[in-house]
Design a protein around this ligand. Structure first.
Ligand code: NAP
Length: 272
């Protein structure tokens, strides 16, 4: 039993809602900072989203993390949506501002956190799903002048590239050549059916740059290992996860979660 007050609720909605580290992160934060609140996992089928919003407006639900497949569908159901979330076309956080239920996208600042203070001439993005949308919005904020995008399904790459002023290239021709930042925004390498796979093998890395994997379980993916073997610098996906969560916590409570402590808690849960 959670010893905290059950009348301040937070949670995550998604379908299917696989194992999520968000409850661990936020419940750790409430405990650490001695705040009321319990964060729960709420699996939610797509057709139940409007009912959930009614519940959120009725029950003492103070904040919600939103994941697949609700990130886009939730937009029209909110009182206000931030400019950044509109640009991404997706909301991953619900919070209250007075009586207004608002939507924000904290994946973008999460993605940007490990890139602060850096500049890049050309980025290659691998994947065209929900995470890639946040990546493209982040690269626009960072002012990366040239962005190439590739995806297994070419039509999705073309659509997303057109929306963000990027250039779509065929999946078969993907290579780091010309890029100084390469981002894996797809599931290859994730624990489970894609573990041990990579969207870019060593011989497709040339020159020097930064390889950034959004996957964080495992932390050390084959993509990062092959990039490192080719002499590239690397970033794993845990910082993004920590920073998107810290930004949510700030919106909900006005308080700061310590980044190092959060990373340690999550590393322990991941067994690394
Ligand atoms: P998604 O919307 O389901 O996107 C899936 C993308 O992966 C699509 O572009 C899809 O291509 C591609 N894909 C799926 N299976 C593939 C395969 N076998 N070979 C090649 N491409 C394949 O998922 P998402 O939300 O964007 O998440 C993508 C990844 O980012 C996941 O690993 C997730 O854990 C990670 N992520 C990390 C964070 C973080 O905080 N670090 C946040 C969000 C997401 P098609 O169009 O061809 O199907």
């Amino acid at each position: 039993m959670n010893p905290r007050s059950p009348d301040t609720l937070y949670g995550i909605i998604g379908h299917p809602l696989g194992h999520s580290l968000s409850p661990l992160l936020h419940n750790w934060g409430f405990e650490l900072l001695n705040l009321d609140g319990v964060y729960l996992a709420w699996p939610l089928e797509p057709e139940k989203l409007p009912d959930f919003l009614t519940a959120a407006r009725t029950l003492p639900i103070r904040g919600v993390s939103v994941t697949i497949p609700h990130k886009q569908a939730v937009l029209p159901l909110l009182d206000r949506v931030s400019g950044r979330a509109r640009k991404v076309g997706a909301v991953n956080t619900l919070y209250w501002d007075g009586k207004d239920l608002c939507g924000e996208n904290t994946d973008v600042p999460g993605f940007l956190a490990p890139l602060r203070g850096r500049t890049f001439a050309e980025a290659l993005v691998l994947g065209a799903g929900g995470a890639a949308r946040a990546v493209l919005a982040g690269l626009a904020e960072l002012g990366v002048p040239r962005v190439r995008l590739t995806n297994r399904t070419a039509a999705r790459a073309r659509e997303l590239a057109a929306e963000f002023g990027a250039e779509a290239i065929p999946w078969e021709e993907r290579a780091a050549e010309g890029a100084d930042l390469v981002i894996n925004a797809g599931p290859l390498g994730m624990r489970g059916e894609h573990e041990g796979e990579t969207p870019l093998t060593r011989e497709r890395f040339s020159g020097r740059g930064l390889a950034y994997d959004l996957v964080y379980n495992p932390l050390r993916t084959r993509f990062l290992a092959e990039a490192e073997a080719a002499g590239w610098e690397t970033r794993d996906g845990l910082s993004m996860f920590v920073e998107q969560g810290r930004a949510q916590f700030r919106l909900w409570t006005g308080r700061e979660l310590p980044a190092d402590g959060a990373r340690e808690v999550l590393r322990a849960a991941l067994g690394v």
